[in-house]
Design a protein. Structure first.
Length: 452
């Protein structure tokens, strides 16, 4: 095939030629997971192209265990758990090389009138990108996901209660070529498979935690990057399974370094020209300074979108390369917001999101914050140099409860995303907090079983 991304006509030809027999239609849920169906390719051509497919609307109202959760407006026993449509976006068709004879198309969750479901993560991002489009700009984005590889399979890890797992590396392999060679068969398979799926692969490198690695991809427009992010996350796990091992993107697996998802975001005009760079100070234009000020101003009330789980907040420890201070600096990894690049490549790296972030929600938050900074001409505080961990300043929220309250009580969030979105993701946080409040952990048993 000439292109790694397929047009609809390309896909039809591949199906007619017998090279594709399965088409996955997948949409992203609140937790950032792809959910959907494997559709027999001839039926996809005969029916799904025209009509899409369906899924129960509880896909936007369940917890991580797929339990039906009451309290959501979009779905409940009282409303009968009806179907919602899964409408394929035919700009997203690709081959999935790690599955034989399989293509995939990303879908939007839609109502019976084919209008986007407002609380769907992809719809939330599209709404913010539409606002940016009306301002004459586009958003370019890259996400940097870290993961930890274990020699145990997923089933073995489950059966061991995730205790005593064997990391693929038994020492810090940050930038180590020898250390990464230990898992190069897996990393190479992931890189080549993602290339075959249409992602633009840059590199792979070791990270600090034992068995921790990162594969980097080139930035693209924000919606494409988030689509790719979800496919990569799903595919990396499936490829690890094929290698008889497992990997996790959870924000904080143990007391060592956590898994981050640094997000690089910049705005350009519709001709691709730089709008953030200029001579207004620190390499930025006036618009760029307002854009960065918006990121800083709204960081705390948006943290729920960057860190959506109880576990997320255990990353934010001094000296771990996970930020605690909401400061910005030029190429300063101790700050929550790191200004990097120059000219056309000038961008902000948001270091708050972890590997468990839903990319659509996290990027939607950053786009919205940038827009607000520009529209209100928010002033930017002076650049910070030095160790931001040592500062007494505005901090990243220290718990899901704190982040939930900041999101739920924000008039700006309500105005920017809509009351329905604010309420929906507040309830998602409440669900996680309630589940954790009832859990008894190993930490409690070790401290209390004999000694209390």
């Amino acid at each position: 095939m000439a292109s790694k991304k397929l047009s609809l006509e390309d896909l039809k030809r591949e199906i007619e030629g017998g090279r594709i027999d399965t088409v996955i239609v997948g949409a992203t849920d609140m937790q950032g997971r792809l959910q959907g169906k494997r559709i027999h390719a001839p039926f996809f051509v005969a029916d799904t192209i025209k009509n899409g497919t369906e899924g129960c609307n509880y896909l936007l109202a369940v917890d991580i265990d797929m339990n039906t959760v009451q309290g959501y407006d979009v779905s409940s026993w009282e409303t009968g758990y009806a179907d919602m449509g899964m409408h394929p976006d035919f700009n997203t068709i690709r081959i999935l090389p790690w599955h034989e004879g399989t293509a995939m198309v990303t879908a939007d969750f839609v109502d019976h009138h084919k209008h986007d479901i407002s609380v769907s993560p992809r719809s939330i991002l599209k709404a913010q990108l539409q606002k940016l489009d009306e301002m004459g700009m586009i958003a370019l984005c890259g996400t940097e996901l870290e993961f930890i590889v274990f020699k145990d399979t997923y089933e073995e890890a489950w059966n061991k209660g995730y205790k005593d797992l064997v990391p693929a590396n038994q020492y810090n392999v940050d930038y180590s070529l020898t250390g990464t060679a230990r898992v190069e068969k897996l990393l190479r398979d992931i890189r080549l498979s993602m290339d075959g799926a249409g992602l633009i692969v840059e590199s792979a490198k070791g990270e600090c935690n034992f068995g921790q690695h990162e594969i980097a991809f080139r930035y693209e427009d924000a919606l494409t990057t988030c689509d790719n992010h979800s496919i990569y996350k799903m595919g990396a796990k499936e490829i690890a399974t094929n290698h008889g091992c497992s990997l996790t993107f959870m924000a904080k697996f143990n007391e060592r370094e956590g898994n981050s998802c640094h997000i690089h975001l910049s705005f350009r005009d519709k001709n691709g020209n730089a709008v953030l760079a200029g001579d207004a100070g620190d390499g930025m234009s006036e618009l760029g300074r307002h854009y960065l000020a918006g990121q800083q101003a709204h960081m705390r009330e948006l943290t729920l979108l960057f860190a959506p789980n109880i576990n997320s907040y255990k990353r934010y420890q001094p000296g771990t390369f996970a930020p605690t201070a909401i400061k910005w600096g030029r190429d300063n990894r101790t700050c929550a917001l790191r200004l990097v690049g120059e000219g056309l490549s000038l961008r902000i790296e948001n270091r708050v999101p972890g590997g468990d972030a839903n990319p659509y929600l996290a990027v939607a938050g950053m786009v919205a914050a940038g827009i607000d900074g520009i529209n209100k001409k928010l002033p930017l505080e002076p650049i910070f140099t030095g160790n931001a961990y040592a500062l007494e300043t505005s901090r990243v929220p220290s718990s899901l409860q704190e982040a939930r309250d900041l999101w739920a009580n924000s008039a700006w969030v309500k105005e920017t995303f809509g009351e329905d979105v604010q309420k929906h993701y507040t309830h998602m946080a409440d669900t996680e907090i309630d589940a954790y409040s009832r859990a008894v952990t190993d930490w409690e048993r070790f401290r209390s079983f004999e000694r209390m």
